[in-house]
Design a protein around this ligand. Structure first.
Ligand SMILES: Nc1ncnc2c1ncn2[C@@H]1O[C@H](COP(=O)(O)OP(=O)(O)O)[C@@H](O)[C@H]1O
Ligand SMILES: [Mg+2]
Length: 339
């Protein structure tokens, strides 16, 4: 795929805190994004995965101008969304970005036809030039629904409804399409057809597409998958072409944040009985992270007795998964740090 060198999206140390007011007058804070860094190339089609509550929708809503960051930066095409005033943000939402939700019907009117549904936002936003019905037809053609244009939304299948929603999202000719679990209510085959449609739009229009999903299977349809955990970027899965063939395989790499911090998967920590502190060693291959020496007779009173589990004495073998993380360290250092 063709990508311009300047990224379309740059999020730096993005923070979103929701404040929930309690009945007793107090309020609690939910940190939906905790300093998230992500860069998306112009023309890229990227998947964002993560458990429920990890902050995926929050990120998408900020990128879509539907919500504002509490801290950090979210730049789309050089515009820092956090610094835009209400009017500029409205303008951004109307003209720069398209949004598709899990419930296709969220922005569809069930008793109107597909064509009428696509025409409506064109009319409302006062588009000039080509007649709105011609443009609506063109959009329906683009999403492969021309022959169903006179069917009412309620007569269309879930996949067809989602196509209408995509056509509407493209009405304002955005550079960026954001999709929040667009296949969440579709069967596997229909989901695939929607991903295929996204790929066609990505190629034909040079559209940058960010798709949130809780389905790791999305990896086969996008250029890159990033995983969000607890409001931060945790890992990236890249498609790597094998040197001797056309074949690709997927490689998952841990991601450093802008301060050089790394999230270590919980399973790894448990496997090596790592609690609060680790020892880091430089080895020929990279950086070795292991439990502190003498973990089993620790004098650290801050550890509870349940944390003082016995650890084997001999140096621990590193599981194969770590070699991938070393690769990422190595390549980053070779490029002169992570900036
Ligand atoms: N409008 C809101 N008000 C309060 N808390 C919210 C709001 N939106 C999201 N949250 C909280 O922020 C966290 C991240 O939510 P969300 O971005 O929806 O996650 P995901 O889309 O990955 O499931 C969750 O703990 C959620 O409860
Ligand atoms: Mg969500």
């Amino acid at each position: 795929m063709l990508m311009n060198s300047e990224p379309l999206i740059i999020c730096e140390n993005l923070v979103k805190i929701y404040r929930l007011d309690q009945d007793n007058g107090a309020s609690i804070e939910v940190q939906a994004l905790q300093g998230l860094d992500i860069t998306v190339a112009d023309g890229e089609m990227i998947g964002i995965v993560g458990a429920s509550g990890s902050g995926k929708s929050t990120l998408l809503n900020i990128l879509g101008g539907l919500d504002r960051p509490t801290g950090g930066h979210a730049l789309v095409g050089r515009q820092d969304l956090g610094n835009l005033n209400e009017r500029a943000l409205d303008e951004y939402r109307l003209h720069k970005v398209g949004f598709v939700w899990q419930q296709a019907t969220r922005n569809l009117i069930p008793y109107l036809t597909a064509l009428e549904n696509v025409e409506l936002p064109l009319t409302l936003s006062g588009q000039v030039g080509k007649s709105n019905s011609e443009r609506a037809l063109e959009l329906l053609e683009l999403v492969g629904l021309r022959e169903r244009m006179n069917h009412r939304i309620e007569e269309l299948s879930g996949g067809e409804q989602q196509r209408v929603a995509v056509a509407i999202a493209l009405a304002n000719r955005p550079k960026l399409l954001l999709a929040d679990e667009p296949t969440g209510e579709l069967d596997t085959a229909t989901a695939k057809s929607i991903y295929d449609l996204f790929r066609v739009l990505n190629k034909q229009l040079g559209l940058t597409i960010v798709i949130v999903s809780h389905d790791l299977g999305i990896a086969q349809y996008v250029d890159r998958v990033v995983a969000v955990r607890d409001g931060k970027l945790a890992s990236e899965t890249l498609r790597v072409q094998k040197s001797d063939s056309e074949e690709h395989h997927l490689v998952e790499l841990a991601v450093l944040d802008s301060a050089g911090r790394l999230q270590i998967p919980r399973e790894y920590l448990e496997q090596f009985h790592i609690k609060r502190r680790v020892q880091m060693e430089i080895t020929d291959e990279g950086i070795l992270i292991r439990p502190p020496e003498g973990n089993h007779h620790s004098h650290d009173h801050s550890l509870s007795s349940s944390e003082q589990e016995p650890v084997e004495d001999e140096a621990l073998q590193v599981p194969s998964g770590w070699s991938k993380i070393w690769q990422s360290f190595k390549s980053r250092f070779a490029r002169g740090g992570n900036k």
